[in-house]
Design a protein around this ligand. Structure first.
Ligand code: F6R
Length: 240
């Protein structure tokens, strides 16, 4: 695993942006695996600035997102589909038809997982961007998810519900289930870029880098990926 230590969140976002922009520029038809959450927000701002200034084009880029809350329609302000539109897609020239995410309100849960898996099989990610949960989760693959998992519905753990409550009016509003890309589908990406910022990620970063490869720490599977880059700021690197 390649590790890039940065002095702060700003530098972390700039390093991550360089890697993504490079991929988009070298392959205008690339498949980008994207993530939501707080961590990639700085990176998305930099992609938007670069698109406006340079301008890097996303006209033919295809995007697949990691996860979506079960029960939230794509118009819902807390849905991940909405998050992606507001924080990135509406500010670049991507064709929204090419931006894929699980349907949180699909009538048939099993059929929705199968649809997304089929899509992922036909669109291997040139790069998969990931954030890191403080309990070591990646996407919504919580501790003890099978390394062989494909798209599935998960019951979110108490710690994840608490972490995500800051984005809702109160903790009761946080959905208890989500669709997530599985670990096997994440590992199919040609390249993985995982970002972690802040001291509350330090323990998970330590386990990701130095711990055993175990389903108890989903992110530890990345030790087996042939091309994985971890970018961390000083605080997240505290225990390394
Ligand atoms: C988001 C996702 C999650 C987050 C993780 C870290 O699509 O799949 O795994 O990446 O929970 O979240 P933040 O960045 O908010 O600390």
């Amino acid at each position: 695993m390649k590790i890039i230590k940065t002095k702060d969140y700003e530098e972390l976002s700039a390093e991550a942006a360089k890697i993504l922009i490079d991929i988009v520029r070298s392959n205008p038809y690339a498949v980008l695996g994207l993530a939501t959450g707080t961590t990639p927000l700085g990176l998305y701002k930099k992609l938007i600035a670069d698109h406006t200034k340079n301008p890097t084009s996303y006209k033919h880029i295809r995007a697949v997102n990691l996860d979506e809350y079960k029960g939230l329609p794509k118009e819902h302000k807390q849905s991940y589909a909405y998050f992606m539109r507001k924080n990135l897609f509406e500010h670049i020239d991507i064709d929204l038809e090419n931006a894929h995410i699980e349907n949180g309100v699909a009538a048939d849960e099993q059929a929705e997982c199968e649809r997304y898996d089929k899509l992922l099989k036909s669109m291997r990610q040139d790069i998969q961007l990931l954030g890191l949960g403080s309990n070591g989760h990646i996407a919504f693959n919580e501790p003890n998810t099978s390394f062989e998992s494909t798209t599935h519905v998960v019951n979110l753990t108490e710690s994840t519900i608490k972490d995500n409550a800051r984005l809702f009016n109160n903790i009761e509003e946080v959905p208890k289930q989500a669709y997530t890309m599985g670990l096997n589908s994440i590992m199919q990406a040609k390249k993985i870029l995982i970002l972690a910022s802040g001291v509350n990620k330090a323990e998970a970063v330590y386990k990701l880098v130095n711990g055993d490869v175990t389903e108890a720490v989903p992110a530890s599977i990345l030790q087996n990926h042939p091309d994985c880059t971890l970018i961390i700021d000083k605080e997240a690197a505290k225990l390394l």
